[in-house]
Write a protein that binds this ligand. Structure first.
Ligand code: ZN
Ligand code: ZN
Length: 123
């Protein structure tokens, strides 16, 4: 199968922490020992965004690639038979990282008790 590396259209990783973890979680299988690119024997280090190289299927997928192939933005790669393509769509099992979560620890609001007392005037 031929895919196109569209990794430069980088998205925030989901709750899995990285797209490689996402691939492992949703692919439900251990990481292959070698990069998905045909003929490459390097260890996969990253989950790269990829699209199938045809006009009929424009879904985005994650494929495990080695550092070199992961960096080939826009390149078309032949990938090995049997490589599992995991949808990059966030599944219920991971979900997106909550955007701009409010700081967990907020400084307590300064007490305005003193001001209240000071504001009391005895006529
Ligand atoms: Zn995920
Ligand atoms: Zn490779």
């Amino acid at each position: 199968m031929r895919i196109k590396n569209i990794n430069d259209m980088c998205d925030k990783p989901c709750r899995c922490g990285s797209w490689l973890e996402h691939w492992k979680n949703l692919g439900q299988q251990p990481l292959p020992t070698t990069c998905a690119a045909k003929g490459c024997e390097h260890i996969p280090v990253a989950g790269a965004f990829a699209q199938k190289d045809n006009y009929f299927d424009d879904g985005w997928f994650i494929v495990p690639l080695c550092q070199k192939h992961n960096r080939l933005f826009g390149a078309c790669l032949d990938i090995k038979d049997g490589v599992v393509l995991v949808s990059s769509r966030l599944s219920k099992s991971c979900g997106s990282v909550p955007a701009e979560a409010p700081a967990a620890v907020s400084t307590p609001a300064p007490s305005d008790q003193h001001n209240e007392i000071a504001a009391v005037h005895y006529l």
